[in-house]
Each structure stands twice: as structure tokens, then as C-alpha cells.
Design a protein around this ligand. Structure first.
Ligand SMILES: Cc1ncc(COP(=O)(O)O)c(C=O)c1O
Length: 437
């Protein structure tokens, strides 16, 4: 048998360097490899397995649906598809809206843009997104992303995407000195950019309400102020909830922490939608947006749109979040996580900032010097000791995700409190032991 190391083209890495263990099983917040080594999953494998590994209700739902009916095309009705759409509209308070199903976050974002352009009758309208953002790796989604990994592959102008500075309060691009000021300045800036391009020429603003692996850049006032700016100018707002949805940020959808003041016009969903048990993503359209295209031809479609197996997993996932009160659990454990991180920051000099506090989602930002805030490595490069941190943690049975100078903490919402605290203790010990010069 040809080893996977040699036969598969692996994502986001130098092929010759890829040499990962083979994962053969999992349960709850743990998974294990073919050598029997167990790992506590501190990143929900790509921040997506919110329900943990091999959730029994999802496995059962997939099995039951497979026994009943594996596939129905979009030209016909499918029970799990209809049920899941209904649940998503209900959980988001988008009753009277519609749901379009896709296969992953990237094509969900591309479709959200298509629908926003159609609904606003601006087929070539500008889309405003931000720097330090990631919306997927298909060409369209790459152009929407403000990310060095994607910018080198496509010109954002090809998608008529305009990037604005992020509300990154720790290093505020507007020079502000407080989180609230940074949140306000960056949202007001978006209003000015819309005016500059002309509200009649801008189809939508696409952003994460609680971004994400670029470093949890989400001052509390930013999203509601952004909503104000877009509403005032009648420009549609698309919330990319691919990572932030399904309890990750302590709500069904991250914008909900702002109540109605944070309601977007469209949302893109993926990851937690099935807790990655099967590939599925969705675009949720508000009633107003759906009504505008109700009597027009929809010029798009996918063979696997609303695949019954994936939708059955989605229905079981929504029920599991509800039955096991996982959204509330994320809020409670998330508060413990951020408190623990703040305490660790007091003891570990290399930690410049810790951010999070909304659900089981936090980042630790590493700096050479707390006064100058110089990162341990220039973004988006990673410090060699951070790779050592990941491999040493793996040896001790914990799987961490890192990016640039960040450690991203996004464990499954089912993680036990004791396991979470043990992983943080290991993180603290390794950060102190490793050499950062
Ligand atoms: C915020 C956000 N949007 C979109 C995507 C792309 O999703 P996918 O990899 O399913 O295409 C990701 C993936 O990490 C994401 O974090």
C-alpha cells in the first residue's frame, strides 16, 4: 500500500514535509491514532467538530438515513432537507426566509454573494470584506478573503472585493487606544468606504461577527455599529458564521449576542452545522432578501445541494446542541477558559494578549515584548518554537492549533472541564519551557 504521505495532495503544507499520524477513532473531545496514542482535541479539528468525535446521535441519524434513502436531487423534495431548513430559520429567527444548501464554507460564501447581488439588483456590485479574514479556498472565496495565503493566488478585484482594515484593537490600524474606540472607528470606516464607492454600487459587506483564526478580532461594539452603517445605506450585510456558529461563540450564531441590533441580512454556515460528521454548508436568507428574488430565476445549483445524508446529520446536530444544552455549556466553559487564560498571562511573559470570552473560543497572542507588542514572528509566519510546542503537546496527548503568533483554543463543546484545565496547564508549562529568542 502506498503511504498517504506519498499518495495524497495535502492542504496548506509543503508536500514533502507532511508526515502526520493516521487517526482511526474518536469519542467526545478525544481521538486516537493507529499506534493507539490518544489526543485531547483542543481545536475541534479545524474548529468544526463542535459536538465532539463520533457523536452517537449523528452516527445513528446518518446510518438510518442511508438505509432509507441516500440521494435526492434538488429538483425533488427531501424530508431531511426541509426539516433542517425549518430548524435553521427557527434558530436564527429568520422565519419567512429561505435556506440554500452547499457543500462547504467557501461555496456558501460565494453563494451568499450571488444572492446578495441578485437581491439588490447589483449583479456586479462591490463586496466589502476585511483584511485578516478568511472565507474559503475556492477562487471566489479566496478573492473575498483578506489573507496572505489567498491574496497571492487571486486579485480581489477579480471578484470586485474591497478590503478594509480589521477592528484589531490590540494593534489598532486606526491608532485608537481602546477596544471600543477601535470597534467604532473601524465600523465607521466601512460606512465611509461604502459612501466612497457609492451605496448604489456596493452589493454587500461580508464579515465574520466573531473572527476567527485570524485572532478573535471582535470588539463588542463593532458588529452592531456595522449593522447600523449598512442598514442606513441599504447595503446588505452577510455574516460569515462558518466558524463562529453553532455554539462556538456561546450562541447559536455569534451575531445573536447583540440581539436584533446585530441581525444580518444573510448568513453562511458550515462546520458546526453537522459538527463535521458530513460535509454540509448553508446560506440563510432573511425574509426580506428571499422575497426580493422569489419570482426570479435562481441561476445556480449544485448536484449535492441539500444532500439527504448530510441534512439528516444536520437535523441530528441541531437536536443534539439543544438536548445536551451545548450552547449554554459553551458559554459557561468559555467564561472559565478566558479567566484561566488571563491568569496564565500573568505568569507567562511571552503571552502579550488573550482574547475570547464568548463561548469556547479563545486565542493567545505571543509577543517578544509586552510593551512594544512585537510579535514572536512576523504575521503570518510562525515561530519555530510554536511548531515544537505543537509536537511536544502531541507527545503529551494534546492536539493544539496554531497560526502565525497565535494559539487557537476551540475545543469541542462537550469537553470535560478537567481536561480543558489540564490542557491549559500543559500549554503554560510548554510556553515557559520553550526558547523564544
Ligand atoms: C470564517 C470561515 N469562512 C469560511 C471558511 C471556509 O470553509 P470551508 O473550508 O468549509 O470551505 C472557513 C474555514 O475555516 C472559515 O473559518
Amino acid at each position: 500500500m502506498i503511504p498517504e504521505r506519498l499518495s495524497v495532495l495535502h492542504s496548506w503544507c509543503v508536500q514533502a514535509d507532511w508526515n502526520a499520524p493516521t487517526i482511526v477513532g474518536g469519542e467526545g473531545a478525544w481521538f486516537w491514532d493507529s499506534n493507539g496514542r490518544r489526543y485531547l482535541d483542543m481545536s475541534s479539528l479545524a474548529e468544526s467538530m463542535n459536538l465532539g468525535h463520533q457523536h452517537p446521535a449523528l452516527v445513528r441519524a446518518i446510518r438510518d438515513q442511508a438505509a432509507k434513502l441516500c440521494f435526492v436531487s434538488a429538483a425533488w423534495g427531501a424530508e431531511p432537507r426541509a426539516r433542517l431548513a425549518e430548524l435553521l430559520l427557527e434558530k436564527s429567527g429568520f422565519e419567512g426566509g429561505r435556506v440554500f444548501f452547499t457543500l462547504g464554507g467557501a461555496d456558501a460564501n460565494e453563494h451568499a454573494v450571488k444572492f446578495a447581488r441578485q437581491a439588490s439588483a447589483k449583479p456586479h456590485g462591490w463586496i466589502i470584506t476585511r483584511d485578516r479574514s478568511y472565507h474559503g479556498a475556492s477562487y471566489g472565496a479566496m478573492a473575498l478573503s483578506g489573507d496572505a495565503r489567498t491574496r497571492c493566488q487571486i486579485d480581489p478585484q477579480d471578484m470586485r472585493a474591497v478590503h478594509v482594515p480589521p477592528p484589531y484593537a490590540y494593534r489598532c490600524p486606526f491608532g485608537s487606544t481602546s477596544e471600543a474606540e477601535c470597534g467604532e472607528q473601524s465600523s465607521r470606516h466601512i460606512g465611509r468606504v461604502i459612501d466612497e464607492y457609492g451605496p448604489a454600487e456596493v452589493a454587500a459587506v461580508l464579515m465574520e461577527p466573531n473572527a476567527g483564526t485570524n485572532g478573535i478580532i471582535a470588539p463588542d461594539n463593532h458588529w452592531p455599529l456595522l449593522c447600523e452603517e449598512t442598514r442606513r445605506r441599504e447595503v446588505l450585510l452577510i455574516a460569515d458564521e462558518v466558524m463562529s456558529g453553532f455554539g462556538r461563540c456561546g450562541e447559536w450564531f455569534a451575531w445573536q449576542r447583540h440581539g436584533e441590533a446585530g441581525r444580518p441580512d444573510l448568513m453562511s454556515l458550515a462546520k458546526g452545522l453537522t459538527g463535521s460528521h458530513l460535509p454540509l454548508a448553508a446560506v440563510v436568507l432573511s425574509h426580506g432578501v428571499a422575497a426580493r428574488i422569489e419570482h426570479e430565476m435562481l441561476m445556480t445549483g449544485l448536484t449535492y445541494c441539500g444532500h439527504p445524508l448530510s441534512c439528516a446529520a444536520g437535523v441530528a446536530a441541531v437536536e443534539a446542541y439543544e438536548d445536551e444544552r451545548l450552547i449554554e455549556r459553551s458559554r459557561v466553559l468559555g467564561a472559565q477558559l478566558i479567566n484561566a487564560l488571563r491568569a496564565i498571562r500573568e505568569r507567562v511573559d511571552i503571552i502579550g494578549d488573550v482574547r475570547g470570552g464568548h463561548g469556547l473560543f479563545a486565542v493567545v497572542e505571543l509577543v517578544r515584548d509586552r510593551t512594544t507588542r512585537e510579535p514572536v514572528s512576523a504575521w503570518p509566519q510562525s515561530h519555530p518554537s510554536l511548531s515544537t510546542f505543537v509536537s511536544r503537546a502531541r507527545e503529551e496527548g494534546v492536539s493544539f492549533a496554531t497560526r502565525g503568533n497565535l494559539i487557537i483554543l476551540a475545543p469541542p463543546l462537550v469537553i470535560e472541564e478537567e481536561d480543558l484545565m489540564d490542557a491549559l496547564a500543559l500549554m503554560e508549562r510548554l510556553l515557559n519551557e520553550l526558547e523564544w529568542s
